[in-house]
Design a protein around this ligand. Sequence first.
Ligand code: ADP
Ligand code: MG
Ligand code: MG
Length: 949
Amino acid sequence: MGKKKYVYYFGDGKAEGKGSMRELLGGKGAGLAEMTNLKITVPSGFTITTEACLEYFKSKKKYPPGMWEQTLQGLKRVEKSMKAGFGDSKNPLLVSVRSGARASMPGMMDTVLNLGLNDVTVKALAQKTNNPRFAMDAYRRFITMFGSVVMDIHRDKFESVLHQTKKTFGVKSDTDIPVEGLASLVTQFKDVVLRETRRKFPDDPFEQLKMGINAVFTSWFGDRAVTYRKIYDIPDTWGTAVNVQSMVFGNMGDTSGTGVAFTRDPSSGVRKFFGEFLLNAQGEDVVAGIRTPLPVNALKDKLPSAYKTLMTTQKTLEKHYRDMQDMEFTIQEGKLYMLQTRVGKRTGIASVRIAVEMVKEGLITKKEAVRRVDPDQIAQYLYPIFEPSEEKKFQPIGRGLPAGPGAASGKIALTPEQAVTMKARGEKTILVRKETSPDDIHGMYASEGFLTATGGMTSHAAVVARQMGKVCVAGCEDVEVLEGQGKVRIGPSVFQEGDSISLNGFTGFVYGGMLSVVPSEVVQVIQGNMTAKESEKYRLFATLLSWADQIRHLKVRANADAPDQAQIARGFGAEGIGLCRTEHMFFAEDRAPIMEAMILASTPEKREKYLAQLLPLQREDFIGLYRQMKGFPVTIRLLDPPLHEFLPKREQLMVDIARLELTNGSASEIEEKKFILERVDDLHEYNPMLGLRGCRLGITMPEITRMQVRAIMEAACEVAKEGKKIIPEIMIPLVGMATEMKAQKAIIKEVANATMKQCGVKLSYLVGTMIELPRAAVTARQIAEDAEFFSFGTNDLTQTTYGLSRDDAFRFTGFYREHHLLDFDPFAVLDQEGVGAVMRLAMNEGRVTRPNIKLGICGEHGGEPSSVEFCHSLGLHYVSCSPYRVAIARLAAAQAVLNAEGQKPATKSKKKVGKASTKTKAHARRVTATTKKPKAKTKARPRKTKARR
Ligand code: ADP
Ligand code: MG
Ligand code: MG
């Protein structure tokens, strides 16, 4: 024929495609092919490729040449395999039309079941199965699905007819509607179609098929799919495949059913076959959460032979894929059919557990385990829980399924729109719904957690929660949303929108009111409130990270200013402190007034008096840090912030003075305020970010540098006397010229040597600088004559390289993002192209003078996975990040090594099977990092917030 192959058949133990052809067949199609080849029972069918979808769009919604012919040929093969004819008036074949992109997009694309039914074939189906009720049930489902998915009629239109019919017949459940009720539904549904679209429901199965295929193709650019792709950074250019597959029926009575199952628990990761099913139901029912399903183990008694096959199948699949599988199955009159398998989505908690246990089971290597866990996801180990003793005192008002781990409290939002509005007001919300659907995504994104009345562990709400890392309690029968009243009943109580509730996503309990939330088990072990022995979670977490440590080259340090932070950092495995911001030490209640007085001092002599008071306080701080860090390096940065941050606000002073004058306040008080105002005016800067800060401070007021160096060295000497190894690293901020470096280093050396002499201790110590200015990078060669290390301060370096204020940029970067001028937030994700190039320049220049110069990064980026990977590729010695991100950085640093190995061609193709390529992975992370904008922002500005306290 010479034509391109667009259609891949699978059936009767043989498939044209295979598991590695995800890109062409989509995840679903590849899985169906692979299962078929593994001799697992899969209803026969065929996959129309993603390529066909892309060409369909390219040619303005026309099928590429040959596609339809191949589709008809595929259909012929299916007919042969099923011994039935599509549209046949005696022995009709029904099919499903299923979408399936490369990456699984749960609920995003629409599937039509029972396609091929019309008034003639439905009769034949009834006769063939000797089950008129079932045939009619399939027919009414088909019209609903086809009507809503393909013909774009709102589902409610069908739902309300269904509701009315149930009422008429006095039944509660769909399964209780008698056959004549179903027949009446079919007629009424057809009327709905005619009324809503002004066209008749299509009778011709081939027309139905064509319309179905078109709808799947078109849904690739549907709103829901586009939104989903935006959030998860999936490119539009992938396209979706279409799977046409012969139907099997879970709704043929009580020996039939449908379900979903996981080879392990996707929430906890426990190795326990886990799933849910509904008897006498069709696929969608379980996922849509219309009825609350039974646990899969209940099949053991109800349908033992199907259960046995399911057990063997799940074992085969997990062993074959060497990963946890998420499967869909249908049982038709006692016989099991598999309809889907894929690598299962899981929580971060489950992800670690599964990886560690699969190594112990010999399924995967340690390297593979490290590669599999998404660094951002292990943040879930740091999830808060409710304060246990407080939770005990609370009486749950309801209990649902623990579908998304963590603990969340917030105000009730009953619609996604309301959740978005409340979030914009800065309120924490819990979205409460009967069930969620893909149309709710924006509201789910805006809330802390979800509570649903129906649906199981695999309902839409549950799947989305685990993916987004939100708390979720699903299928809570105690919840009744009082439609149209803005109220919800939960157990005994009725709540208004805006009232507070709390959800425990580990147990499924729902509480009225706001419970206080405490840190996770891992954090408790680290803080010493729990032992490692008591916490299995901690042990699994620590095991995986210990494997990561064996792989990584980058050292991981923490940014910490106080001993308690340093302790946490050590607990997370930090190998030193990369940045201690000494100014943070001065914001404490007892110190701020001394600091203020020091700044206000008009002469160096007066200033020294206050500095002398600060000296012992600083020394104690440093001793605390050194003791916590037990021999690991500690980099202390000399005072950095603009001084005015420590002073009262100018406007406030003016108001105070005016008030004092009006009320005849004391002259001395007025005098003092006026003096302060004068100093504040003296220190006032039009552009403080480019003003008297960084080393400019220590250069113009060297007594500050002197005091700090003395405190550092006295502390070091004291800890050295305790017998601990210690190498102080003194870091000068915001150097832009080699002369600045030289001047400060001279002072540091002089004071350090004098102090050591006094203490009678000889220590080696390092003096280095932050690289935060492009000029520093350009002249790094000269700066390195005095600097013994460089630490990239990428918060400021990003600001100065872009000329973009990190405090104000948000005013327009949103616009930039929307219009694709910027595709990530450079303050959250390192800009490799620009800022990265400046870093590279500084490294290379610095190494010319000092080949062994020590190199690290201490900006926020040091804990962001794609940036860590970049730092590895640059060849830095360490990254330093906030204590809570240390574990993430350790894992990311190990993955950087593995990804670099993986880029060798030998392993490349293999990697693509299960995971996106390195580039896409880093890119995807980038988006997650940047969409969590508010978090990143508060983190990037701790100094400001504190100063304004
Ligand atoms: P999704 O990607 O949303 O899960 P699917 O294509 O997997 O969509 O189908 C939706 C539901 O319909 C699933 O429960 C699936 O098992 C069921 N289903 C799909 N095709 C068939 C079929 N040929 N026979 C029976 N059930 C099917
Ligand atoms: Mg599915
Ligand atoms: Mg800085």
